[in-house]
Design a protein around this ligand. Structure first.
Ligand code: ADP
Length: 367
């Protein structure tokens, strides 16, 4: 197995447009790292440069301590699993899985042993004689993963491997790939636009936007301490509530104000926000830190705001309520047994101990 290091990696397709800019990443041996971000942010390009399928415009990529910029894909000791599976339609499952080993002139008994072992791990032993067209989407996906496993590569690369599967199968394959990672103790780099996939699978997650890595962290750290408004809004579903407003001083305290709404800044956040007095900032609060007023007893610093109910989405275990407060949309996750009426006024508690504040200009996190 191996570590993968990207140093100041850049990719220009056209002279002036950078698809990937100054990416620095260190993926440790046996780590599972997810590259996540919206479509077009440069995730696939980054992965394809690691695979050697795209040239690097600037910077270096190291696999296992060696610069691989000029090493062709087949000599990088990596295996890649694609979104469209890329199986050969005229070959059986066995032949698809054996193909890469045959090319590399492995002895037949070893090929057989490796294919059978991989098929056993993936539970596709009974499908070895079938052609890809006689397989379901999930089975094809397993074959594509099997083809990667038989190679026993140093590094596995996954490019949106679950995007073509239905929702239920996607959740199942998610856990299967996580289990596979534990079993193979392999270094894995996984690209997805789906933040839930990223959060549930990654040891660490690199959030990308516009060709740049915004933050690299483990899931909890990313969720609780996003470095900027983009990461805060991208991670979590439903997304974080944001509101533009102003920090003002009032009776020795600092308050966040917007229209008639006024929230007192917790003591612990005062030092960080002191210098923003009189300035515009962005306030952020996750929906689980907003509830029907008076229903949550354990919060450290609940503060009330007025809101009106617009849409109710019962999820079974909880209910998402879409509200407006002043002119701002707001989402609250409330107890499933509360059933507020549409268009009714609903006083909310906001857990200010969990508030986030971002700068208005560059959107970096203040606290
Ligand atoms: P993602 O995987 O995050 O959706 P990509 O890495 O595929 O994003 O693309 C990043 C950017 O590079 C996009 O703006 C995309 O249009 C551009 N791009 C990708 N491949 C090519 C290519 N072969 N030629 C020109 N531009 C490309």
């Amino acid at each position: 197995m191996a570590d993968v290091v990207l140093k100041n990696v850049e990719k220009l397709y056209d002279k002036n447009v950078a698809a990937v800019r100054n990416v620095n990443l260190e993926i440790k041996d046996r780590e599972f790292v997810v590259l996540v971000g919206p479509s077009g942010c440069g995730k696939s390009t980054t992965l394809r440069m690691i695979a050697g399928l795209e040239e690097v415009t600037a910077g270096e990529i190291y696999i296992d301590g060696k610069v691989v910029n000029d090493i062709p894909p087949k000599d990088r000791d990596i295996a890649m699993v694609f979104q469209n599976y890329a199986l050969y339609p005229h070959m059986s499952v066995y032949e698809n899985m054996a193909f890469g080993l045959k090319l590399r002139k492995y002895p037949k008994p070893e090929i057989e042993q490796r294919v059978n072992e991989a098929a056993g791990i993936l539970g596709i032993g009974h499908l070895l004689a079938r052609k890809p067209k006689a397989l379901s989407g999930g089975e094809r996906q397993r074959v594509a993963v099997g083809r990667a496993i038989v190679r026993k590569p140093k590094v596995f690369l996954f490019d949106e491997p679950l995007s073509n599967l239905d929702a239920k199968l996607r959740v199942q394959m998610r856990t299967e790939i996580s289990k596979l990672h534990n079993r193979l103790e392999a270094t894995m780099i996984y690209v997805t636009h789906d933040q839930v996939e990223a959060m549930t699978m990654g040891d660490r997650i690199a959030v990308m936007k516009d060709g740049e890595v915004q933050q690299v962290a483990d899931p909890i750290h990313l969720y609780e301490t996003p470095v900027n408004r983009f990461v805060a809004g991208f991670i979590g579903s439903p997304g974080m509530n944001f509101m533009d407003g102003r920090i003002e001083a009032k009776n020795g305290a600092l308050v966040f104000e917007e229209g008639r709404l006024s929230l007192t800044v917790p003591e612990t956040m005062k030092p960080a926000l002191e210098s923003y007095r009189g300035q515009e900032v962005v306030f952020g609060i996750r929906p689980e830190n907003v509830a029907a007023a008076g229903t949550v007893k354990a919060w450290a610093d609940p503060q009330e705001i007025a809101a009106t109910v617009e849409v109710i989405e019962p999820m079974g275990s909880e209910t998402f309520v879409y509200l407006t407060t002043g002119k701002h949309p707001f989402i609250a996750r409330i107890d499933a047994h509360l059933s507020p009426a549409l268009d009714s006024d609903m006083p909310l508690s906001v857990n200010m101990a969990k508030a986030h504040f971002f700068r208005k200009d560059d959107e970096r996190a203040i606290v």
